[in-house]
Design a binder for this molecule. Structure first.
Ligand code: GUN
Length: 206
């Protein structure tokens, strides 16, 4: 008769082939990046870690009174299946987004005095022939939200298993006083007619 340990080993071996690999390995890949890079949950959604903060300071030209800020900061930022979108927010500083892997859609709302805000959608990704971009610069005072694409979130999607990983460089450096989340009130003020307000409400944090 077979020893019990041999039977257990045989059963485990068979079971390992029945685990649905797609979802598990997708999650594992994002979790591997979280572990490798030391990422934490970001209050905007997604995961991040600050990778540099310049010690030298400058007066930021984007805030009245030019308060001192780090010359520049950088982070890794990941959108994953378990945290596939961020919430609308803005920064006084400018932000350079640099693609590493996967792809994500950015919705940018630029307020314009006396006019409806400008709405732009850009995809950060490697398929430049489809209009995706590997670098995205977001200027001062722009409302920004990013999310993984529906097509890449399906079980059998060919999209990157980990989601979308980028580097963000903030100039002058990131400071919470320069940062604001969009509120429901703020969304109403931006769009007096309801259509866009309805579409964007799911991505407003409060
Ligand atoms: N701390 C919390 N959020 C951020 C961010 O987006 N960038 C940096 N550099 N630090 C943070």
């Amino acid at each position: 008769a077979l020893e019990q340990w041999a039977l257990d080993a045989f059963t485990l071996e068979k079971m390992s082939h029945t685990v649905p690999m797609t979802i598990n390995s997708m999650q594992d890949t994002a979790q591997a990046l979280v572990a490798q890079l030391g990422l934490q949950r970001h209050p905007e959604g997604g995961y991040f870690v600050e990778t540099d903060r310049q010690i030298e300071e400058v007066g930021t030209p984007f805030v009245e009174g030019k308060p001192p800020r780090s010359l520049g900061t950088s982070i890794y930022y990941l959108l994953s299946r378990d945290s596939p979108n961020g919430y609308f927010h803005t920064n006084k500083s400018v932000t350079y987004h640099v693609h590493h892997q996967g792809r994500a859609e950015y919705t940018l709302i630029t307020p314009r005095p006396g006019q409806k805000p400008l709405i732009e959608r850009k995809i950060i990704g490697p398929n430049t022939e489809n209009g995706e971009t590997r670098q995205l610069l977001v200027g001062t005072g722009v409302w920004k939200m990013s999310r993984l694409l529906e097509a890449d979130l399906k079980d059998n999607a060919t999209g990157d298993k980990a989601g979308c990983l980028i580097t963000e460089v903030v100039v002058p450096g990131f400071h919470w006083e320069d940062h604001a989340f969009l509120t429901k009130e703020g969304l109403k003020k931006l769009f007096s007619d309801a259509e866009e307000a309805k579409e964007f409400a799911a991505y407003v944090k409060d």
